[in-house]
Design a binder for this molecule. Structure first.
Ligand code: URA
Length: 201
């Protein structure tokens, strides 16, 4: 019996919600595997769940998530058209950044999600998710400010892919400058999706 992509993604999510592999499993309320269209050509990757994501078990449902939902609307998609996840699936205490060993322990789950979904474009949100995806692509990373707003045609995990880094939507909540830049990045993204004929799947 061959399982569908959704069934295989659900199996990965079922492992994530009971994962005991790192210290974050001891403090989480709920792990957050990610959600969305299993066949999406676009995947959005954040850093780690925050307070509300931990409570609800869903990615980007707090204040930053509300802004991300608006941005996704501005490129002509809805949340359920795309797939949204994080490099680390459990909330770090007090929303600190995930530690290198937590990223290393958790990202095999993300890699399995990538291989199942086979997106054409990965939008990385912020420094840590961009650093991780660039490392998988053997791309040099010198920080999100340098890297953002450009399209990197590359390959990761044996798949040809475009990486598009931008600022984390949480940055837009405290800085008008970041808000303007991230909004501009999504306008670029909209144009590139049209050029590449990347549509809802
Ligand atoms: N910030 C993230 O990086 N991910 C979430 O899911 C929520 C906030």
């Amino acid at each position: 019996m061959t399982l569908s992509i959704k069934e295989r993604l659900d199996a990965v999510a079922a492992e994530i919600v009971v994962c005991p592999k790192c210290r974050l499993s001891k403090t989480r309320k709920n792990a957050v595997p990610g959600e969305g269209n299993p066949e999406s050509l676009i995947v959005f990757i954040g850093e780690a769940p925050g307070y509300w994501e931990d409570v609800k078990g869903k990615p980007f449902v707090g204040a930053a998530g509300k802004f991300l939902t608006i941005l996704i609307g501005e490129i002509g998609f809805s949340r359920s058209d795309v797939f949204i996840t994080n490099i680390v699936k459990c909330r770090p205490p007090r929303n600190r950044e995930p530690l290198p060993d937590e990223i290393e322990t958790c990202t095999p789950y993300l890699n399995r999600q990538f291989k199942l979904i086979q997106p054409k474009i990965i939008v990385t949100l912020g420094n840590n998710s961009t650093a991780y995806v660039f490392s998988k692509a053997n791309l040099f990373f010198s920080g999100i400010t340098q890297a953002r707003g450009k399209f990197y045609e590359t390959s990761i995990l044996g798949m040809n892919i475009v990486i598009f880094p931008t600022f984390h939507p949480a940055a837009a909540l405290y800085s008008a400058k970041y808000k303007e830049q991230i909004t501009r990045d999504f306008q670029l993204l909209r144009g590139e999706l049209a050029k590449r004929e990347i549509v809802k799947s």
